[in-house]
Design a protein around this ligand. Structure first.
Ligand code: F7E
Length: 303
């Protein structure tokens, strides 16, 4: 246990029921937000069993611990579900009624989490909700997710610390929002009168290529694209240098390529504003932050 002003950190693990029960027994929380998972889709193909244990059974362990401790009528639970459940999409845009077709070990595990939350709500009357979150990004995003990989590379290339960026499928389309806004919506879901599932998205879609383009623009670099498919390359318009290319190493065995959420229900029933931070502003926040990191790296390396 670590105390840091108002926040107390406990050590526990979603694969370890005893730690979950111990922590909940000590804290007796009013609200639980389960954001825990092995959340990288590509890595779930490398460690599928671990991903299933944590992202699927981990949810069950929390629900059971809450029941065992007699907190099922007092504790509200938020489960981080995901747009990856739509996977090989059945319709565009996706809303709360769109059928699922999970398309990775991660998404299959998350589907169990989604349904077990629904089941405990109906079977035991527990206040538990799924937030079906579309991609939520920020300057705190892990470095191996595509948006952060791009903003970090754009900053380092602008500072002369990196020559180019290698990506996988640049045609994949995502509905990217700002994580800070999405956390507000998670909280609103637990303040609601009754437990329900909600799509949390912006309703705006862009390609990985478009995100890349704009992140470089924030850094004052304009590019021109040549070629297609695995031969697609981005060149600096002023120097003619190749800055972006495709490396099939980043392709996935099955990739989700057309995610676009319809946040109407969250807007209507929770009063949530999906456009608080625009796509352009999100990229600016991330790119400016990561340019600053690159500047510091450069200053450090030249000492
Ligand atoms: O990939 C393509 C890749 O890894 C986005 C997680 O938080 O959001 C996230 O899952 C797209 C994919 O996120 C690279 O093939 C191209 O089509 O940033 P990502 P994700 O897979 O959408 C959902 C909502 C979650 O629930 C997940 O936990 O970008 N892509 N080139 C690449 N992706 C990566 N990572 N790296 C590349 O070089």
């Amino acid at each position: 246990m670590i105390r840091d002003h108002q926040v107390i950190l406990y050590y526990g693990d979603l694969s370890d029921s005893s730690s979950i029960v111990r922590i909940l027994a000590e804290c007796r929380p009013d609200e639980i937000y389960n954001l825990g998972a092995q959340s990288h889709v590509a890595i779930s193909f490398e460690a599928p069993e671990y991903c299933g244990d944590v992202a699927a059974l981990g949810v069950l362990r929390i629900l059971e611990a809450v029941r065992m401790l007699g907190m099922d009528k007092t504790c509200r639970i938020y489960q981080a579900s995901t747009s990856e459940l739509y996977g090989r999409v059945q319709e565009v845009p996706q809303d709360e009624e769109t059928p699922f077709h999970p398309y990775s070990p991660y998404a299959v595990a998350k589907q169990y989490g989604f349904w077990i939350v629904k089941e405990y709500r109906e079977a035991y009357g527990m206040f538990c909700c799924n937030g079906i979150l579309f991609n939520h990004e920020s300057e705190r995003r892990g470095e191996n997710f595509v948006t952060r990989k791009i903003t970090l590379a754009a900053g380092r290339i602008a500072e002369g610390l990196q020559t180019h960026l290698e990506l996988g499928n640049m045609d994949a389309k995502r509905d990217w929002g700002y994580a800070k806004d999405y956390v507000e919506c998670m909280w609103l879901m637990l303040q609601n009168d009754r437990p329900q599932d909600f799509v949390i998205a912006t309703g705006v879609q862009h390609t990985v290529q478009d995100f890349t383009e704009r992140a470089f623009n924030v850094n004052g670099i304009q590019r021109v694209w040549k070629g297609s498919g695995i031969h697609k390359k981005g060149y600096d318009t002023s120097s003619g240098r190749m800055l972006v290319c495709v490396n099939p190493q980043w392709f996935r065995p099955t990739d989700v390529v057309n995610l676009l959420g319809n946040p109407s229900k969250a807007k209507r029933e929770l009063g949530w504003n999906p456009m608080k931070t625009s796509y352009e502003e999100l990229i600016r926040i991330m790119a400016v932050h990561d340019r600053e990191l690159a500047k510091r790296e450069k200053a450090g390396s030249s000492i």
